[in-house]
Design a protein. Sequence first.
Length: 177
Amino acid sequence: METADEFAGEADGYERLWTPHRMVYINSDHGDHECPFCRAPKRSDEEGLVVYRGQTCFVVMNLFPYNPGHLLVCPYRHVAGYVDLTEEERREFGELTASAMRVAEAALGAHGFNTGMNQGAVAGAGVAAHLHQHVVPRWQGDANFFPIVAQTKAVPALIENTRQQLVAAWKEAADAR
């Protein structure tokens, strides 16, 4: 029996990681619930996983983190794109992103960071209607094989404990200024 590559002709050289379980998420209706980034700041810091509240933007823990200390910087205003921010929002959005990196380095000993925004559902945004910037702390040797072979992400710290560490470090950083 011929393989798919043989059937298709010339192989393209790519390995495929088939993830059909993602279709449940892709095909689900994401519009039934209140936006999590609008809901979080209405709650207490502990309930909403809020780390810091600014004037126009806030910082919240990612409920489904890639790593401990995975933060999201969000404007309070429900806007989809970076270009939709006011100048004041854009300034604080950037300042809070930089502060999140400094705080995660101080509180968690992060060696580096992945930062980024997925704007639009086709770009991978899980919550496309509300802009958010990911700040993902990284450490030497933090990647492992679990996500690929077992559909499991090993996150070696509890989210609330990490939130408390970050809140304390954020206060220290603010007091130092």
